[in-house]
Design a protein around this ligand. Structure first.
Ligand SMILES: Cc1cc2nc3c(=O)[nH]c(=O)nc-3n(C[C@H](O)[C@H](O)[C@H](O)COP(=O)(O)OP(=O)(O)OC[C@H]3O[C@@H](n4cnc5c(N)ncnc54)[C@H](O)[C@@H]3O)c2cc1C
Length: 387
């Protein structure tokens, strides 16, 4: 067994930590307050190569792996979740489907700017009518005169309305399967296509500077060759996308938990009460010890899932376990970090207050905790109550 990262991975981690400390940290409060999308920071992340980490150099990627992407997301998440999720979604949901399922022509057209961070892609799976029950997709796409005509809507789509958004991959019902179920396919819709309307930004509990919109498709037409991969494979495609995405969300949760621990330890050393630093009180020491256990176990689970994926081995169950555990410990750590800070922790510009607001979505996005548990139980061979 070898728990060491490679030299390249360690060096990448150091580079991203420096970037997070020097470039992201000083702006985090401002972006959280204004909700403005951090375009200049995203551009600099592009220059660092972050959006191309797991893609081959032939597409302007870095030729690295999922573990390295997790390290980058973790380091950004330690400082600011909005920036970290912009990277996670840009790579995992925007570019990855094109890389995994696209034709050579689709890759040639769309992948290089996504890998360079000059463009962002989005993935529209969730609908106003439901996210967990993806089989209930209502958005439709029908072939007419060599074009897909898309009608429907998608909810909460990350990176879908930025100034550099180039495309949205959208799942839609394209027919009926022989067993009577819906045939779902994925279609690439370039930004600005007539019939695609990007709704206003949501006012969210957290992730204020992450870009999230509702999308409406009304007689939205794209050429037939914008179908991504095989017709009818949309369901298995997004399950595959979510496997990697869950590991990356787990990495974001690990970063946030580490941020909670770091902020809490330094505050507990400085703040005094009853004539001594509050860190001398065992009640607080236990909170910090528990936070450390949480971050270390979540990190182990996350790296193991990424390690399996990087070796081409099955990792679906490990991704579910990492995502479930890391997101739940992040929410608990953020709650305790605010507690350690007392009243100051409730003041918005203090990092742990932002972490507290940013943490909750980790138990919801890319599969809720309930859905993770359900799938883990199914992996144990238990029957599926949904079918
Ligand atoms: C900020 C943000 C960004 C997002 N970004 C994207 C994105 O880029 N692309 C995208 O497609 N989606 C995105 N989402 C959507 C997200 O993935 C969904 O919100 C999530 O999957 C849950 O779906 P839902 O909101 O429809 O909840 P529902 O599916 O309606 O679930 C509601 C509750 O019921 C529970 N539940 C549902 N079914 C079961 C069951 N069978 N057993 C037990 N409990 C169940 C759920 O766990 C949950 O607690 C984003 C959401 C947010 C808030």
């Amino acid at each position: 067994m070898d728990f060491d990262l490679t030299e390249e991975q360690e060096s990448f981690r150091r580079t991203v930590r420096e970037f997070a400390e020097e470039v992201v940290r000083p702006r985090a409060v401002e972006f959280d307050r204004t909700g403005e999308f951090p375009l200049d920071i995203v551009r600099r992340m592009g220059e660092l190569g972050l959006f191309g980490i797991p893609f081959p150099e032939e597409w302007d990627g870095q030729g690295a792996d999922l573990t390295t992407l997790c390290l980058a997301i973790e380091e950004l998440g330690r400082v600011d979740s909005s920036v970290a999720i912009t990277l996670e979604a840009g790579v995992g949901l925007g570019a990855m489907p094109i890389f995994l399922f696209g034709t050579q022509e689709q890759k040639r057209r769309w992948l290089p700017p996504l890998c360079r961070g000059e463009a962002l892609g989005a993935f529209g799976l969730t609908e106003p009518g439901g996210g967990s029950d993806a089989g209930a997709t209502r958005t439709t796409a029908r072939l007419e005169g060599g074009e897909w005509v898309i009608d429907g809507s998608k909810a909460f789509i990350t990176n879908s309305g930025t100034a550099i958004t180039s495309l949205v991959i959208v799942t839609a019902v394209t027919g009926e399967r022989p067993d009577g179920r819906k045939e779902i396919s994925a279609i690439v819709v370039p930004a600005g296509t007539p019939g695609l309307t990007v709704g206003p930004s949501y006012r969210k509990l957290g992730w204020h500077a992450s870009d999230t919109h509702e999308l409406t498709f009304s007689n939205c037409r794209v050429p037939e060759d914008h179908l991504l991969g095989e017709r009818g494979k949309g369901f298995s495609q997004f399950l595959r996308i979510l496997d990697g995405g869950r590991v990356a969300i787990a990495a974001l949760a690990v970063g946030l938990t580490q941020g909670c621990l770091d902020e809490s330890v330094s505050y507990a050393r400085e703040r005094t009460a009853f004539g001594r630093p509050i860190g001398a009180f065992q009640a607080l020491q236990f909170k910090l010890a528990d936070m450390r256990v949480a971050v270390e176990t979540a990190r182990l689970a996350t790296y193991r899932a990424a390690w399996l994926r990087d070796r081409g081995r099955p990792f679906t169950a490990e991704a579910l376990i990492a995502k479930l555990h890391a997101s739940e410990v992040a929410v608990a750590a953020a709650r305790e970090a605010v507690q350690v800070h007392g009243g100051s922790g409730y003041i918005d510009d203090v990092p742990v207050a932002r972490f507290y607001r940013d943490a909750k979505i980790l138990e919801i996005g890319e599969g809720t905790s309930e859905i993770q548990r359900l799938l883990i139980a199914r992996d144990l061979g238990l029957p599926d109550a949904r079918s």
